[in-house]
Design a protein around this ligand. Structure first.
Ligand SMILES: Nc1ncnc2c1ncn2[C@@H]1O[C@H](COP(=O)(O)OP(=O)(O)OP(=O)(O)O)[C@@H](O)[C@H]1O
Length: 507
């Protein structure tokens, strides 16, 4: 027999392929779904014997149809970045939880990826399952991504590449997500739903470290501390510590404690849980709320001194005797917590959140939750806080936010008035600010720099600030004179009265 020429061979192969395609097209169009599946199943088996490639499918819904597969969502995000550069057909969607339009591969589109020398082909596809006879539900589309690679890369792809795709995809989703501000609010009044629960709104605070009035060195130190924390997953795992960090922000009202929390959240792309302790019934409820918080979040307890009877419990002990006091000092914080926990359980019926409950959460339960979390306490009276609560290890970094310095003012002048370098009125402002008694908060400076009408220019706002600084200075001088007069007249210990007055204003 004469061997066929190359042309003949190609012609035969072409026509066989064409016939096969034709038969396949007919099967797809006219065959019932079950026959088609049957045909596909056996064709795939035969092909598998000769085919050197491996395919892995990642379906959008698996088992529980109500919940989208996390792996599918991660792959979608991963490919959205890769495919947007190479795919020719993309679809753009604005999903519920994302901030921007998200691009992803359109159906039946293919893209190629490379990983450690291996080529991986991705395709987005779907199967349509017909509606069941007499069924109320219409036909269902089941979307999936399929990756194909040579079998020689089996181990690398299944062990390394897929992990890389899911990790990167999750990070992309995190970056693109709409961040949330959670607050705990009382649940429904129905008896079984009385506990508080988280509700949320979209977090869109514009504060950044750049816009904060703070000495540049201090600002840089805080930014570096935060960034180091956020990149230290492996470090925390190595030293066997939970990936968490506590910040204590303290200082007078209006010095930027809340603003700094927003700037922190914006810097690290975290959600914020604003925990209102007074709305939490007891330690059990506190535990439940905290377990529900997610990774990459800041848990904030503002005005911690006003939210919790932190001093009362220790004061009672202090009153017992001075020797008791000394013993107590020697006790470890843990022992104190345990003792208080016992007391709590004795009068548990009406118990509120206690110091011990909070300490237990910071040290124990929260640590077990894993994930990347910051906890921030704010207070106007750092001296009122129980040392056990704010010791290093619990509140790792203590940040004092104080009255506005001239450097801080310059940041605000740039933000509010667009005066960048110098202004003839700056010298007066600097002189007044650097005087010992002219304590003005950044909030007050900001208020004076805010134009009150369209015609207000920089001069007008700066004049208003100078006036405010002068008034603060005069008031301080007057107060000092009165104090001196009182002291001279044997006025006794008025410190407590003044403290009460200020306390009333702050809390
Ligand atoms: N350091 C700052 N930099 C920029 N703006 C600030 C700063 N401090 C305060 N402000 C301005 O003052 C307003 C009030 O500040 P903020 O609520 O952050 O103060 P706070 O210290 O949390 O006060 P409080 O103790 O009463 O809660 C902010 O909206 C912001 O405009």
């Amino acid at each position: 027999m004469v061997p066929p020429t190359m042309t003949e061979m190609w012609t035969t192969m072409g026509s066989t392929l064409a016939s096969f395609m034709f038969i396949w097209a007919i099967i797809r169009q006219y065959c019932p779904y079950e026959v088609r599946r049957y045909f596909e199943k056996y064709t795939n088996r035969i092909m598998g014997c000769f085919y050197p490639y491996i395919k892995i499918s990642i379906h959008e819904f698996t088992g529980d149809r109500l919940k989208r597969s996390e792996a599918y969502a991660a792959v979608e995000a991963y490919l959205s970045v890769n495919s947007s550069k190479t795919a020719k057909r993309l679809k753009a969607e604005m999903t519920r939880d994302s901030n921007n339009l998200v691009l992803s591969m359109d159906e039946y589109e293919r893209v190629t990826d490379e990983f450690r020398g291996a080529k991986i082909w991705w395709v987005s596809s779907k199967v349509v399952s017909p509606s069941r006879p007499m069924s109320y539900y219409p036909e269902q589309e089941k979307r999936y991504y399929r990756l194909t690679f040579h079998k020689r890369y089996r181990e690398m792809i299944t062990e390394k590449y897929l992990e890389h795709v899911v990790r990167e995809g999750k990070e992309i989703r995190m970056r693109n997500r709409q961040r949330k501000l959670y607050t705990n609010s009382p649940g429904y009044k129905w008896p079984s739903f009385k506990q508080t629960m988280w509700s949320h709104i979209v977090f869109e605070h514009p504060a950044t470290f750049e816009t904060m009035a703070l000495e540049p060195e201090k600002k840089q130190e805080i930014i570096e501390d935060l960034l180091t924390f956020s990149k230290s997953k492996d470090f925390y795992a190595r030293i066997g510590k939970a990936w968490k960090r506590g910040y204590l922000l303290y200082g007078p009202p209006g010095t930027g404690k809340s603003t700094m929390i927003a700037a922190m959240a914006n810097l690290l792309n975290y959600d914020v849980y604003d925990l209102e302790l007074t709305a939490v019934k007891d330690n059990t409820e506190l535990r439940k709320l905290l377990i529900e918080t997610t990774s990459k979040s800041i848990i904030v307890i503002e005005d911690i001194d006003c939210s919790l009877d932190l001093t009362g419990q220790r004061k009672k002990k202090a009153e017992k005797s001075s020797s008791d006091d000394e013993i107590e000092k020697e006790k470890s914080d843990k022992e104190i917590s345990r003792k208080e926990a016992k007391e709590d359980s004795n009068n548990s019926s009406s118990s509120k959140v206690t110091l011990s409950g909070l300490l237990n959460f910071i040290d124990g339960l929260w640590s077990a939750c894993g994930g990347e979390r910051l906890i921030v306490f704010t207070t106007n009276y750092v001296e009122k806080l129980d040392p056990a609560l704010i010791r290093r290890g619990r509140m790792d970094k203590h940040i004092e936010l104080s009255y506005c310095s001239f450097k801080g003012f310059k940041v605000l002048a740039k933000n509010y008035l667009r005066v960048e370098d110098h202004h003839p009125m700056f010298d007066t402002i600097q002189r007044l600010m650097e005087e010992e008694d002219t304590n003005i908060t950044p909030a007050d400076v900001a208020e004076n720099l805010m134009p009150k009408s369209p015609s207000d220019d920089a001069e007008k706002c700066l004049t208003s600030l100078i006036q405010a600084l002068q008034e603060t200075k005069d008031e301080a001088a007057k107060r000092k004179a009165e104090e001196l007069k009182k002291d001279g007249g044997g006025g006794g210990d008025d410190d407590d009265d003044e403290h009460e007055l200020v306390k009333g204003k702050y809390c």
